[in-house]
Design a protein around this ligand. Structure first.
Ligand code: FRU
Length: 910
């Protein structure tokens, strides 16, 4: 981020903030006014109230009050505390309890520079800033004048004093005497400013008979004296005149109005004036040193007015207070708004750089996005190129694989052509000279080895095909291992290797592709035998737990160098120790992965290798599409059924059924023609298209033996065509191919092939398969034909169920017969037209399928149905005659008897 962008707005914000702070500090400094109050009573409360009201006019004034409760010493301490502490008050106001005790401490404050105000009572010094109070001497004189006006000379006046040490008490006394002179009798009682003391002193007097007037130095003492007198002598109490001082609103004025006091002399508290003067002193305003407060005489004539004024004042005060509160609230709101505006301004000031940064960032992001877009486009372009190259590579690799596979097939074909004739020759071993026989055996063995190697290579290429299927079958693990291991027993004996099988699994059942797992096991054992020295040891161990079966093959050989261990399952991994094709263990791993199992190798601490194969017991791990449950193949059946004598008898039989051999390889074609021609008439074709042409011309072919991979039309397509052609669909087809693997076999079956034989084939097994298929067909045909002939009427749907495979033609034919059974005009011509077949083909088909000519088939069908109806015993013979398409009962009866040996009536016993 470039800071130059933000320097100006930041500076502006800072300036504003500092100016705001400066305004804050321009507010008036707080003024602390310390007030030392001598005591507490109604007058003092009024004084304090006045002070607080006045202070409120100065928001910066803080009033600190201490009250000494008539205790001089306490008041001295309080004054010292207010003025001598580390943080002294700004102004001191003192209303001393007594003059003398408070003088030095007050003067001390004054001398130390604290503006000092003496309020109401004085000290014995003029070292103070301002003195505020009414003229007490004058008040005494006014009281004297009042007495003179209302009482005759010679009257007795009882004066109740305040504390004599306080200046107002002395001055008031002096003022009174100065007016009354000697014409009045004046006696004194000390009330010490306090009503309870005054009352107690008055109560002590013997009688009040000669008292004419009580003049107390304040209203509360006057009222207390009145009460005391009234309690003892109410007559005197009512007679006596009572005079007080203060005329305080709330006590004195009310007492005048209700007649308890005759008069009082207004004594202003001076509280408000003191605060005002304190502020002025601090502000440096010149202030008069002695401030005299006005007084007045209050009696019944003006007390009520004063109360009204006071109430009004009180009301004003309340309103002022309320307005002040509102003002305060407004001021708070104003402050809040002011602060908010400041905050808003600051935020705005902050937002501006953020906004600028956002714009800057946005521009950068857009730029980056553009760059990213370009990079993406480049990546996408490269990806497409890669995909294209991948596809090219894939195509190249696929065609290489196909080439590789085809070459392998090409090798297999001549090899099978070598092995088969040789096997035939060696079968007549007894007429061959022994050395020739042995040499031939050697050739066969090596050709066999060559075939196995080619097969192994084909296995690998097949494994690379992702869609490899598993043909699952359930085996018993120990039995399985024992069977496979048996092949190695002769070798073990020759090389004196201790070869043992230990089963700890309880011969556990296991569902696997047995052929493939056999391949793994063979591989592991071959390796074990290869690397175990003569006299060594090989152990096969099987164990299992709930989910897994583990097979271990241990040998006592030289082991595998540790650096090679991680590579042994890689394709084409060979080394000096392992000069094989390098596909064996790779194939093992591929097969294991197909089973979702695990295969590993380790060196045993005691020497030698341990190969471990782990297979899952369940099949839940396999996706359905990769699994086919095994059903016995035709070949296995043929193998299973054959026993020596029966097989040779069948193979030597000459038969009339014509075979069509479809094979593009001339050698194989000729070989098959020669071998199979010994038993069957033979036709040949070089591809599927030629075969189809031939079949359509020559309806005499009974079975087709065909290769799969051929030019023009391959065996699979040809089979499909045969199955879709109703003139040919009954023909058994055997597919014969070098394309090994169950998947191809299944594809062949799906096209409608009846059997599938893998090259290199055993010619005897092929021969046997042909014979079995033809016999099966014959058996089925006979069974169906005879069932119709024998009157076992079957509705067409049931026939279809029994037949259970592609016999659409048969079903259609029977359905037609059923539909037209009652139609006497329905003939073979109609049948061939409805089935869309020439009469010749129809004849051939019905002969093939039912062993009868079409006309005979129609008649027999009608008779079978008639027999079924007769058995139901619901209809008469003549009714059945017409229901089964016979034109007259007599003809029906004749035909029925010819087939079943009885007339219909005889049959039903009528
Ligand atoms: C109150 C008071 C008043 C009197 C004043 C004199 O404490 O006694 O009644 O007028 O003090 O200082």
């Amino acid at each position: 981020m470039n800071l130059r962008f933000y320097r100006a707005p930041l500076l502006a914000a800072l300036t504003l903030l500092t100016s705001a702070c400066r305004e804050e500090s321009a507010e008036p400094k707080e003024i602390v006014i310390g007030f030392s109050q001598c005591c507490s009573d109604v007058f003092r409360e009024a004084m304090l109230f006045d002070m607080q009201i006045e202070s409120a006019n100065y928001p910066n004034v803080r009033l600190v009050v201490r009250n000494a409760d008539y205790d001089n010493e306490l008041q001295r301490q309080q004054v010292a505390e207010l003025t001598r502490s580390a943080d002294p008050v700004d102004v001191l106001i003192v209303s001393p309890n007594e003059a003398e005790p408070l003088t030095d401490v007050t003067v001390d404050a004054y001398l130390r520079g604290i503006p000092t105000i003496i309020l109401d009572r004085m000290i014995n010094s003029d070292q103070y800033s301002v003195a505020i109070g009414a003229d007490n001497y004058q008040i005494g004189r006014t009281a004297g004048r009042y007495i003179r006006q209302h009482l005759p000379p010679g009257s007795r006046i009882l004066e109740i004093w305040g504390i004599p040490g306080s200046t107002p008490a002395v001055e008031r006394h002096n003022g009174l005497l100065s007016t009354l002179g000697d014409s009045y009798r004046v006696d004194s009682v000390h009330g010490e400013w306090q009503p309870n003391i005054a009352a107690e002193r008055i109560a002590r007097l013997e009688s009040y008979d000669d008292i004419d007037c009580i003049f107390a130095h304040n209203d509360v003492m006057a009222l207390a004296a009145r009460e005391a007198i009234m309690r003892r002598d109410s007559i005197s109490g009512r007679r006596i005149r009572y005079l007080g001082i203060d005329a305080t609103y709330g006590v004195g004025l009310e007492a005048i109005v209700d007649g308890r006091l005759d008069a009082s002399f207004l004594y202003p508290t001076g509280g408000a004036t003191a605060i005002r003067k304190a502020v002025e002193l601090l502000q440096g305003v010149p202030v008069e040193k002695n401030v005299r407060l006005n007084t007045a005489t209050i009696d019944r004539s003006n007390a009520q007015t004063l109360i009204a004024q006071a109430q009004q004042m009180e009301d004003y005060q309340r309103r002022i207070n309320r307005q002040r509160e509102e003002l305060n609230a407004l001021s708070v709101r104003f402050d809040y708004l002011q602060n908010s505006s400041l905050a808003i301004f600051c935020l705005t000031a902050l937002l501006i750089p953020i906004l600028i940064y956002a714009l800057y960032a946005n521009r950068k992001i857009r730029q980056k996005n553009r760059e990213l877009h370009e990079t993406n486009a480049q990546i996408e372009f490269q990806r497409r190129e890669l995909t294209l190259k991948n596809a090219q590579l894939e195509r190249a690799s696929t065609s290489k694989l196909r080439f590789f596979t085809n070459i392998s097939h090409e090798i297999r074909t001549p090899v099978s052509l070598i092995i088969n004739p040789l096997q035939q020759i060696t079968r007549q071993g007894n007429i061959l000279p022994a050395p020739v026989y042995e040499t031939l055996k050697l050739i066969i063995r090596n050709a066999d080895r060559l075939l196995k190697m080619v097969n192994r290579i084909l296995d690998v290429s097949r494994m690379e095909d992702q869609s490899e299927v598993l043909i699952l079958t359930e085996i018993r693990i120990a039995d399985f291992l024992r069977d496979v291991g048996r092949c190695f027993e002769p070798l073990a004996q020759t090389r004196k290797i201790r070869f043992t099988l230990q089963d700890h699994s309880g011969n556990a059942p296991l569902t696997i592709d047995a052929d493939k797992i056999e391949l793994i096991f063979m591989n592991l054992l071959s390796n074990a035998f290869r690397f175990t020295p003569d006299g060594g040891e090989i152990t096969v161990r099987s164990t299992c737990d709930r989910d897994w079966v583990t097979i271990e093959v241990e040998d006592s050989g030289c082991g595998i160098p540790p650096e090679r261990l991680p590579h042994i399952f890689k394709r084409f991994f060979t080394d000096d120790r392992n000069p094989g094709t390098g596909v064996g263990l790779h194939l093992c791993r591929e097969i294991t992965e197909l089973h979702h199992g695990e295969i590993s190798a380790e060196n045993r601490p005691e020497g030698g290798t341990r190969m471990r194969l782990r297979l899952q017991r369940g099949t839940a791990y396999l996706a359905d599409r990769t699994v086919i449950k095994e059903s016995p193949s035709a070949l296995r059946e043929a193998k299973g059924r054959s026993d020596g004598s029966l097989v040779s008898a069948k193979l030597q039989q000459r038969r009339s059924e014509k075979l069509l051999i479809v094979e593009d390889n001339a050698d194989i074609r000729e070989y098959l023609r020669r071998e199979l021609g010994k038993s069957f008439p033979i036709e040949t074709a070089t591809n599927g298209a030629e075969a189809l042409r031939l079949l359509r011309l020559d309806p005499k072919v009974s079975l087709v033996v065909s290769d799969v991979m051929m030019p023009d039309m391959d065996g699979l397509e040809m089979t499909r065509e045969i199955r879709n052609d109703q003139r040919l669909s009954h023909l058994p087809v055997i597919l014969l191919t070098a394309l090994c693997g169950e998947r191809n076999q299944l594809q062949g079956m799906a096209q409608g092939a009846d059997a599938y034989i893998q090259k290199p084939f055993n010619i005897d097994l092929l021969h046997m398969q042909i014979v079995t298929l033809l016999d099966d067909r014959e058996r089925m045909r006979r069974s169906l034909g005879s069932r119709i002939q024998e009157g076992n009427y079957l509705p067409p749907s049931e026939v279809a169920q029994i037949v259970g495979f592609d016999e659409q033609f048969r079903t259609r034919l029977l359905e037609l017969l059923e539909k037209r059974a009652a139609d006497s005009s329905f003939s073979t011509t109609d049948l061939s037209r409805e089935l869309n077949l020439s009469r010749v083909h129809l004849y051939r088909k019905t002969k093939e399928l039912f062993g009868t000519a079409p006309s005979e088939l129609i008649r027999n069908f009608r008779l079978n149905k008639a027999l079924a109806l007769l058995e139901q015993r619901q209809w008469t013979v003549s009714e059945i005659t017409y229901r089964t398409g016979f034109t007259s009962p007599s003809y029906f009866s004749k035909c029925f008897k010819a087939l079943y040996g009885k007339t219909p009536s005889e049959y039903t016993g009528e």
